[in-house]
Design a protein around this ligand. Sequence first.
Ligand code: ZN
Length: 467
Amino acid sequence: MSIRNLTNKLPYPIVQGLKYIHGAIPLPIRYGKIFRNTYKFLQESQWWDRDKLEEHQFRQLEKLLHHAYANVPYYKRIFDERDLKPKDIKSIDDLRKLPYLTKDIIRENFSDLMTKNYPKSKLVYATTGGTTGIQLGFYLERGVTNSKEWAFICRLQNWAGLRFGDKKVILRGNVINRIKNGKRQLWEYKPNDNALILSSYDMTDENMIKYIEKINKFKPVAFLGYPSSLYTLATFMKDRSLRINNPKCIITSSEILYPHQREIIEKHLGVKIFDYYGNAERNVLVMQCEKGSYHIISEYGVMELIDEIQNSVQKDGEIGEIIVTGFNNFAMPFIRYKTGDLAIYSKDKCTCGRIYSRIRKIEGRLQELIVSKRGNYISMTAINMHSDIFDNVKQFQFYQDIPGKVTFNIVKKDTYTIKDTAKIYNELMRKLGDNMELEIAFINNIPKTPRGKHRFLIQKLEIKYGE
Ligand SMILES: [Zn+2]
């Protein structure tokens, strides 16, 4: 029986007690050798010069390709079909000799994508959230992929000023396990992580008053959360002029952070946000540094940006789809995986001293684009509305099922008036352009996704990009 199975059967106070004991072990020791080695390595590699970092990245890629060719039938086949050997990939650019990996290909070749030289006990099954489309299942390397992932995340947390064991509030769609008097609780303290986990699913006005009281008692150093959940909390504080002790940092991820969200969260929680982009498949990581730049983390994998006509994006300000090759999962390697996410390239150097390539911003998923009458795409981030437009709006969501027409669904606050409708309509039409019809509708509630996220657009049209 595993420790997890065992603790599931014990009464809650005893489990908490065990977690306190577990929590007394210093984190770097608790997370094991792979974590420690990776973390230590990352402390140094972030300051390497370009040659050294590129050399390291290519060596990692070589290792992955050799492994894939020797042990993963799917890759053996695609190399052979192209009369290629791993040694023919002599640079990162040569990766383009290999085809993309899509979710459909993964589903159709599932067992052929698994490495043949690992026992079942070395594999761990995971899935994507599946918020846009069907869930994807895949395997990770037990004890390796997530340990390394955690080392990278800890380095990001260091960039943001968070240290091991610092107190944090987490608002990331976690399900609260604590049950008292037969009722599921709104929060739970995790002693082993020194974290107060708040439920993202219960953010009613009544509960949020309790959240603020709890936060003020807890005095966290950091907030880790989905942008939508932290935004809900921050607007609630704004509307009621509530305050908390300012934390030292805020770290967001797992959703696109929109400018109006950043503005409100930073203002009312009182510090700058560090945002990062990654995926459940564990093959890409883009993180903001102290200077606010989004850096592509090259020790983690290779990230390509490919435009609509299949060229690599090289120009500042150009958009492309994110194609990734991750180094931390040899159980089921993802090589040139199409993420379905878009980003804008940046050529600017960062003043933080790290030479990682940059992107200007993540544009979101392809399914988060609005389609105009002429078939042009409008990005949700380009709509970029100023926050005061939403002063009297509790939540909103776009809905589209006809090209050139979009519905803007609003959940009103009590203070909402007809003037708000005019303001929102005019502002949105200015951003969307003449090529769009806009309808404003009112609804009572916008449900969250199964992972507790908020979707800003329900897109029923199929978005094609580069096909
Ligand atoms: Zn930087």
